[in-house]
Design a protein around this ligand. Structure first.
Ligand SMILES: Cc1ncc(COP(=O)(O)O)c(C=O)c1O
Length: 383
């Protein structure tokens, strides 16, 4: 069976050219970048080159890039590192929103345990918050605002530049989780006004276990890890040179093909919507009507048991995700969709289709056909 992978927002295959670029750093040029001998210098040079390439891709300077062990660590470093360094003796306030990734939400919960107040902004049924919502939530003691660029479940894109503009007259710094967005849309820290930005290689065809945090010059962070002075004292531990090399090559490739992929994926989404419409099954495209990443399509099938739907799609060779975390047989509705629709069939029966390297129109067409087949079967079984 030719299996079809439409779960690129969960993780994506390493681009063969990125894997090729990494290989020498795993085999011959394996030195510790802190070593002063030939092997160390080779590794340092690969690391430095990757840092320059990544910085250039987002309009930053190389010294603004802190390599981390992935997106979660980058988010944690921004949220915990910034607030712990700057918190006053009393008070302190952070603003985020209810649909953030747990890498941000749970870091905020940790700050609450440390005595910081956190505002979790609600979203509308499109997953949006407005600059005015942010403006109204700001307090004189707000230290940090953390709002994602694009949501991992729905692909909904936030107006990051407008949020940054709200903060022009306020001392709070602005962090954005761009883990799903980088490589899928244009991102430039010189124009978008953010102070910190988190990214993760495995979402754009780089290896798993490496990411980075962009930190605007002058911003001080408390490190999360203690040990060596790597990454200018902001992230202790021997650097992952091969990972950084793979990440930078993957990002270069993603950006080279950005426009072409955006157009192709938008066309595939449109086609899928039309196919489902023609079949007569009940579905809602979540986030439709607002700005959404080109490669993500989150669809609710309110008549379906989503666990059964996913299982049957897997049997049909289609790999997709639900927005729900299955724990011990019970399906917890996604916090993102619950924030958008409350605890309803629409939030409980959502499937995320996400496209990426190697996704072709025929794959999406087959996936839509499989959905219709499975839905019809499930309906017949109920009768
Ligand atoms: C929006 C977002 N933030 C953070 C993360 C965490 O990234 P990582 O898996 O590299 O820790 C993810 C991964 O799913 C994500 O989608």
């Amino acid at each position: 069976m030719n299996r079809i992978y439409l779960d690129h927002a969960a993780t994506s295959p390493v681009h063969p050219e990125a894997a090729e670029a990494m290989r020498p750093y795993l085999t011959e040029m394996f030195g510790n970048p802190s070593s002063t001998h030939h092997f160390g210098r080779q590794s340092r040079s690969g690391l430095d080159r990757s840092r320059r390439s990544i910085a250039a891709a987002i309009g930053a300077a190389p010294e603004d890039i802190v390599f981390t062990g992935g997106g979660t660590e980058a988010d944690n470093l921004a949220v915990l590192g910034y607030v712990r360094h700057h918190r006053p003796k009393e008070g302190g306030h952070v603003i985020t929103c209810q649909t953030e990734h747990h890498g941000v939400l749970y870091a905020c919960r940790q700050l609450e345990r440390e005595g910081i107040e956190v505002t979790y902004l609600p979203v509308d049924e499109y997953g949006r918050i407005t600059p005015l919502d942010l403006q109204e939530a700001l307090r004189t003691d707000t230290l940090l605002v953390t709002l994602m660029t694009a949501n991992n479940e729905t692909g909904v894109v936030h107006p990051v530049e407008e949020f940054a503009a709200v903060l022009n007259d306020h001392p709070a710094v602005f962090h954005t989780d761009a883990v799903q967005a980088l490589g899928k849309m244009d991102i430039n820290v010189q124009t978008n006004g953010v102070d910190m930005l988190a990214a993760s290689a495995h979402k754009f065809n780089g290896p798993n276990g490496i990411g980075f945090l962009y930190v605007r010059p002058g911003i001080q962070l408390d490190p999360l890890l203690f040990g060596g002075q790597q990454e200018r004292g902001r992230r202790a531990g021997t650097e992952n040179t091969a990972g950084a090399v793979g990440m930078s090559r993957a990002l270069e490739l993603s950006l080279e093909h950005l426009q072409e992929r955006q157009e192709n994926f938008t066309g595939m989404k449109q086609k899928m919507s039309e196919q489902l419409q023609a079949s007569g099954i009940t579905f809602h495209v979540n986030g439709s009507g607002t700005s959404v990443l080109p490669n993500v399509m989150n669809i609710s099938f309110p008549d379906a048991d989503v666990e059964q739907l996913l299982m049957n799609l897997d049997i049909e060779g289609i790999a997709v995700s639900s927005g729900s975390a299955c724990t011990a047989g019970s399906v917890e509705p996604s916090h993102v969709l619950t924030a958008m629709f409350g605890d309803t069939p629409r939030s409980r029966a959502a499937v995320r289709f996400s496209f990426g390297l190697g996704t072709e129109p025929a794959h999406v067409e087959k996936a839509a056909e499989a959905v219709v087949r499975v839905m019809d079967r499930m309906k017949a079984a109920k009768l």
